[in-house]
Design a protein around this ligand. Sequence first.
Ligand SMILES: [Zn+2]
Length: 219
Amino acid sequence: MAKSNTDQCLAHNDQFAKGQAVHKPTYAGKQPIQPSKHVAVVACMDARLDVEDLLGLQTGEAHIIRNAGGVVTEDAIRSLIISHHLLGTNEIILIHHTRCGMLAFTDDLLKAGLEGDLAAESLLQKATGRKFAGCDKSTTSPTTFHAFRGKIEPLDAPRDAHNTERLQWDVRRGMSSIKNHPWLPSSGTDAVSVRGFIYDVDSGKLEEVSYPGPMGTFG
Ligand SMILES: [Zn+2]
C-alpha cells in the first residue's frame, strides 16, 4: 500500500523529535485554497504544541483545527465536514498530548467554581496553582467543557499509565464520532481516514492510539 500523507507526517515527527526542523516558516507564495496534502488535523490548543513543526507540515498543506483538548466537538465536526466536502481533505489526524490541562478538572467542578462555589474554587486553585476567581453568575452556555473522563490530577502532572489511558479514551471517542458521522464517509470512493495520536510534550514524539480499543478497563 502506498504511504499516506499521515505516514509522511509521522516520519517528519521522528525528525522533529531528533531536533530537525522540517517545517519552513517562510511565505510560500500564491497557493490553492485546497490543502495540498489533503490532511486535516484536530489538536489541543496547548502552547507547547507547534502542530506544523511536529508534523513537518508546510503552509498550504493542511487544515489545522485547535481547541482545548483537541476534542472532536460539534464545532470540530463542522470544520471537518467543510474541510472534506468543500476543500478535499481525506486524512484526519487527531492529536491529544501528555500533561494536558483537560486532565486536571471535571465539567461539574469548573461549572461550580465559575458559579461561585467556594469548595470548587479552592479545589481548582489547588489543581492549577493560581487563584481561581469565580464569577458568581450562572449560564447554560457552554453546555460542556469536554474535560477528560476519569480521576482528576494536578495540572501538568507527569505522564503515567492512568493519565495516558484517559487521553486514549478521549482520542478513541473522537475517532468514533468521526467514523460514525453520516457526513464523514469512512468507506467508498469519497472515504475519509482518521488516525489518533498522543503527543509526548517531554519527548516531542507522537504515539498512535489503537482503534477500537479499551474505553475504561483501567484497574
Ligand atoms: Zn491540552
